[in-house]
Design a protein around this ligand. Structure first.
Ligand SMILES: NC(=O)C1=CN([C@@H]2O[C@H](COP(=O)(O)OP(=O)(O)OC[C@H]3O[C@@H](n4cnc5c(N)ncnc54)[C@H](O)[C@@H]3O)[C@@H](O)[C@H]2O)[C@@H](O)CC1
Ligand SMILES: Nc1ncnc2c1ncn2[C@@H]1O[C@H](COP(=O)(O)OP(=O)(O)O)[C@@H](O)[C@H]1O
Length: 300
């Protein structure tokens, strides 16, 4: 059984911080909850050779507590793949998911392993123009955004979240990685202003900017996160919290904090930092989220 408490995790300090900063995250699930009240995320990505990226985001969304998670792959799979380790995920060709399920989606998470081909651009445009207000863009979707932003109506998106790493931020800002890294606060705020979006500029001490330019620096996380797919996991967590009804003001910083805290817990358990795998993060997020949503006496 996954039990970090055997490893002297200071859960009281984590709980105290979360109760102060993320009160909704700490609320227990209502007794009358059903899957329809726990939010629906659709991850759109997973082109040929990169299905794992979409899977990591989708799995993280599920393990963060989302009621239903769809995966729209940017490839027409025949037969439709099914992840044996996660039969809970509803997987199909993204074009078909958009046609048949778009009305039930609360939050789109677009970009993880999406590729930048023509279909990817069409999917991004269709999702941008859909009626779902909440949209998280990561990885290839950020590069596509540079190419097609002139074709998109900026007022269409109420809750837009961009999660660039420094190289993606540099492309979005038409500058270099060195410039971004030399002034991370500027880069995050500038992107937020240009795209009217929440921005998560990833890396050591992730910088978060609200759409209005209010900055926060996240203090959880460690170099164990420098591994393929850990950003995909973060996108899934952000999408999941938004879909569960947390306001962006809480969901975005809470997701970044949870993701980093999960990596810290795993490092303390010696499941990292060296060799930490992105797929190991979600179970630690789930454990921590449940700890936060339980009264202290229930966790003894
Ligand atoms: N299992 C999978 O299927 C995975 C698929 N992935 C997908 O693969 C596609 C391309 O990802 P790539 O990793 O090739 O491209 P990236 O955009 O992640 O990286 C491209 C370049 O940027 C540099 N870079 C990345 N992070 C940086 C940082 N923090 N500071 C400075 N430079 C940085 C890299 O070294 C590389 O040269 C994306 O769609 C992505 O979602 C990745 O998410 C990894 C896992
Ligand atoms: N040295 C580090 N310290 C803290 N967090 C890190 C470090 N390196 C990477 N991360 C985090 O790991 C994630 C990496 O995301 P990303 O670069 O998009 O990877 P991928 O594309 O492989 O998913 C981000 O959340 C980033 O903040």
């Amino acid at each position: 059984m996954f039990n970090p408490l055997q490893h002297r995790i200071n859960i009281d300090a984590l709980r105290k911080y979360a109760q102060k900063n993320f009160p909704t995250l700490c609320q227990p699930r209502p007794h009358d909850a059903h899957k329809g009240t726990c939010g629906t995320v659709c991850v759109v990505g997973g082109a040929k050779g990169m299905v794992g990226a979409a899977f990591l985001a989708a799995d993280a969304a599920l393990q963060t507590g989302c009621g239903k998670v769809l995966v729209g792959l940017n490839q027409n799979p025949n037969p439709v793949p099914f992840f044996p380790t996660r039969p809970e995920l509803m997987v199909d060709y993204a074009v078909d998911v958009l046609k048949t399920h778009h009305q039930i989606v609360d939050t789109w998470v677009v970009g993880c392993g999406l590729s930048r081909n023509e279909t990817a651009g069409q999917l991004l445009k269709a999702i941008w123009n859909s009626s779902t207000p909440q949209l998280v863009l990561d990885a290839d979707a950020l590069h596509l955004l540079v190419d097609i932003s002139k074709q998109l109506n900026p007022t269409k998106r109420a809750d837009l979240v961009l999660t660039p790493h420094p190289a993606e931020a540099a492309h979005l800002l038409d500058t270099g990685v060195t410039q971004v890294e030399a002034n991370r606060s500027w880069a995050a705020r500038e992107l937020a202003s240009r795209y009217r979006a929440w921005v998560v500029l990833k890396g050591h001490e992730t910088v978060i900017s609200s759409a209005r330019g209010a900055l926060q620096v996240n203090e959880t996380g460690n170099a164990g996160l420098a591994t393929a797919g850990s950003g995909d996991v973060l996108s899934g967590i952000i999408g999941s919290l938004l879909a569960q009804g947390l306001e962006a003001e809480e969901a975005v910083p809470a997701a970044v904090w949870l993701h980093g805290a999960a990596a810290d817990i795993l490092a303390q358990m010696q499941i990292g930092p060296i060799g930490l795998m992105a797929g190991e993060l979600a179970q630690a997020v789930r454990w921590l989220h449940n700890q936060l949503a339980s009264t202290p006496s229930m966790t003894l």
